[in-house]
Design a protein around this ligand. Structure first.
Ligand code: C2O
Length: 583
């Protein structure tokens, strides 16, 4: 009898989740789904997914690598209280896990990932066919589009706990961002190839850092690659805003291209001179190892384009605008192919042969995926570092942003005078210990309802080029909290005197951006104190080159402005800003 109840509940759940997946109208789900789903999930969760004690031995704690506790996959709820369960019905923990081995390249020709805007019709048709087949597989098949998309949901909404800990395993906003997504795409691409019997198949990349690719590729709006849950005002031929915010500034296409290139220069070159700045903070196991600081590219264009593509009509800009649903949109994959390519480009620009980090906490962190032969594979970060060994390459394309180094919006001399006068005025109007001079806001976090300006003292000035190469001067905005983990954004400027509303990445004063992309899902039961640690985010921005261009390298102070965007500042608080030297 009990068996039957379990079975019936499981069948009903599969039906609900599947129906939900195939429904095109998210609104409908918001209204109808939650109550029944909630109840069912909790019942079935208790019956079927009874968490068992993890038996895999391993080191854990601060400084140790992360691994997922596969036996503790649990559902989540979105902020709109819709149930989200990305866990497979057949428990991962019951599958045999094998360790990843590099593909034998004699048998497997090199896959060349091409720029989406340069694909010919034949290639597009092949890609469409592969995705169509993937979408036609039953939803419990590990190769189905449904399960592929859920891979992302599993690792982004905290479906898994970490091994030997009840702390969640998440792969955004840290040094796991690039390697996890590389591994995911690696398997996804090989599965697509297998489905069409073509072992040279490679995902195209959406080349949004190149003027010719800044429009969404036409073919993703057709056939199996189409998705209804996109912002229709951003469909071709609208040029993407790589530093997009929902307040939206509509620019002429040529102007938008110029802004994008300057922005790319900043995110790839001047703001990203060290691995910590480009790849993100060093997340290690357990609560004490938690950190929450994305690298330049993850913040934007990665997050910003997710938001730009996602539909403004949905509560969290699903699909692309929230992590739990992002990979349900087929554009996710060419978008991430470009992210992955930029990691490779950045490494080549640095001319570095060594891994970006040498810590075992990074190299030995591991993830699991089904491969094209349905084996359940554990892959480590160290396995993902050499794309030639993984058997793929990127079609070479110009990097026009390399020549797009921004110029000061206001001549540095004039700016310095204006800042001095402003400062004198401030002193007249407010007590000497005025708060805006304190980089550390004290016990009180500052809300970013409007622009916050702080003056920072620099402990070291006029350093030699060798010193700068050794240690990059970085602005650190710390203790950032976003209420409710909603979408939020602010830009950061140094010595800004021009109009903050209209000044952006084209100006050298622009030092970077903070973009919070919502996960769109919470854990069941609700996350308690552990989320607090994770909610506090850090933004680190390299400024050595910027200070030179602003002729401010000899100054013993800099003015930093935090400018909220798109009306989201009411949800953001910040503890302080400081200068750090990053090796
Ligand atoms: Cu895991 Cu583009 O996000």
């Amino acid at each position: 009898m009990g068996q039957h109840v379990q079975l019936a509940a499981a069948v009903l759940l599969v039906f609900l989740l599947t129906a939900r997946w195939y429904s095109d109208d998210l609104r409908e789900l918001v209204e109808d789904g939650p109550r029944v789903g909630h109840l069912l999930l909790q019942t079935v969760y208790g019956l079927v997914w009874r968490p068992s004690v993890d038996v895999r031995a391993g080191d854990y704690g601060v400084g140790y690598p992360l691994a997922a506790n596969l036996s503790a996959c649990h559902p989540s709820f979105t902020d709109a209280n819709r149930p989200t369960n990305c866990c497979p019905l057949r428990r991962d923990a019951d599958q045999r896990v094998i360790d990843f081995e590099l593909p034998k390249l004699v048998q497997s020709p090199l896959r060349v990932r091409r720029a989406a805007h340069l694909l010919n019709n034949e290639y597009i048709a092949k890609y469409q066919r592969a995705v169509a087949i993937m979408k036609s597989l039953p939803s419990d098949h590990p190769h189905s589009f449904f399960r592929q998309a859920n891979n992302h949901c599993l690792y982004c909404t905290g479906s898994y706990d970490q091994v030997n800990s009840s702390f969640l395993f998440k792969i955004h906003r840290s040094w796991l961002f690039f390697p996890w997504h590389r591994a995911f795409l690696f398997f996804h691409e090989r599965i697509l190839g297998k489905l069409i019997g073509d072992d040279t198949f490679a995902l195209p990349y959406w080349n949004w850092d190149n003027p010719d690719g800044m429009v969404m590729p036409e073919f993703v709006n057709e056939g199996a690659l189409n998705n209804e849950q996109r912002d229709y005002t951003h469909l071709p031929s609208n040029v993407a805003d790589l530093n997009y915010h929902v307040g939206e500034i509509r620019r002429q296409p040529e102007q938008q291209v110029a802004v994008n290139l300057a922005f790319m220069y900043h995110q790839m070159v001047s703001g990203a001179k060290k691995p910590d700045l480009f790849l993100g903070c060093k997340l290690t196991a357990g609560p004490e190892g938690a950190c929450n600081g994305p690298g330049t590219i993850e913040g934007a264009p990665h997050n910003t384009l997710h938001t730009w593509v996602g539909s403004g009509l949905n509560p969290e800009r699903e699909n692309m605008g929230a992590f739990y649903s992002a990979a349900r949109d087929p554009i996710f994959y060419p978008h991430h192919a470009n992210i992955d390519r930029l990691w490779e480009v950045w490494r080549k620009l640095r001319e570095s042969a060594v891994p970006d980090f040498t810590e075992s906490a990074w190299l030995d962190s591991s993830f699991t995926f089904y491969d094209e032969n349905l084996r359940f594979v554990r892959i480590k970060v160290r396995d993902c570092l050499d794309i030639a060994k993984l058997g793929y390459a990127y079609q070479n394309i110009d990097l026009p942003w390399l020549q797009a180094r921004p110029k000061p919006a206001v001549s540095p001399e004039i700016a310095r005078n204006i800042l001095k006068k402003k400062e004198a005025m401030d002193r007249l109007l407010t007590p000497a210990n005025l708060i805006r001079e304190a980089a550390f806001f004290g016990n009180q976090e500052r809300a970013l309802e409007s622009t916050v300006r702080v003056k920072l003292h620099r402990s070291r000035r006029s350093r030699s080029q060798a010193e700068k190469a050794d240690e990059e001067e970085a602005l650190v905005v710390y203790g950032i909290r976003v209420k409710g983990d909603t979408y939020a954004k602010f830009d950061v400027f140094v010595n800004l005197v021009a109009d903050e509303e209209t000044t952006g990445p084209l100006a050298r004063e622009f030092a970077g951006t903070f973009v919070n992309m919502p996960r769109g899902a919470r854990r069941v039961p609700p996350e308690s104190s552990q989320s607090d640690v994770l909610m506090k985010k850090t933004l680190k921005l390299g400024i050595s080159e910027l200070l030179e261009d602003l002729e401010a390298d000899q100054d013993d102070t800099v003015w930093v402005s935090l400018v909220p965007r798109g009306g989201t500042g009411v949800n953001i608080t910040v503890e302080g800003v400081r200068i750090e030297f990053v090796r």
